[in-house]
Design a protein around this ligand. Sequence first.
Ligand SMILES: [Zn+2]
Length: 270
Amino acid sequence: MQSLSRRQFLALGGAAVVSHLATTAPPCYAAPPSFPRWIDRQSYGPFQCQATFPLSSLTPLFQELSALEQELQRTLAVPPAAQAVDIYLLENKQSHQKFLEQLYPHVPYRRALYVQRAGRGSVYAYRHRDLAVDLRHECTHALLHTNLSMVPLWLDEGLAEYFEMPINQRAFGHPHFKKLRWNLRFGMIPNVESLEAFQDLNEMGGAEYRFAWAWVHFMLHGPLPAQRALVHYLADIRRGNPPGQLSERLYQAIPDVERQMVLHFKHLRR
Ligand SMILES: [Zn+2]
């Protein structure tokens, strides 16, 4: 059977979306839930992981996640995590869903979740075939938010989509490429301003995630002034300077930025 991408899962099942809560959702229980029973705890760089199954088989993945912190520093000039990030790993979907219902009964169920509360980030996921993608995606959110008081929704998702792939597949191997080529062919790429209008995760479907990813790809692999605009924008957020809109900075740096973005993908070669 041909493997299904997460977006296809979303279209089919409606529940398998990888996402995060950018809110400071309060826990909805007075006493700690009795479930689940954690049997393994490990620290990997900024990540403190607890799991209901032995973690030894996941050591290479956690080494990769620790490297993600350096990768964000190298590409975005985001410093190492300012606080630890908790990762909770459940054995299967059923126990993951039960755990999240206890913690956040009013939040729609998601396959993987990042939540920030009381200044500390938590990632909730479960063991399945695409766990590595889920953890890279959610941990990107978590690492960004340890240093940045806010990240615009579309940019947060675009960066998480970009860094969810293994490092050697980020430039050329994301499944988004295939559909993006069709979007480009029909001139269907929205500009950054229209992505900036999104305020709620529910406004973003598979196409919006893909376009957010595409603009991030352009900024990280396209003309240097675009990357510089992104890096300076994030630095201003980190320093508490009013950042304005990233779209304005991109237009200043590259007046025909939309044309350049299309050319970037047209001429992209390994
Ligand atoms: Zn996300």
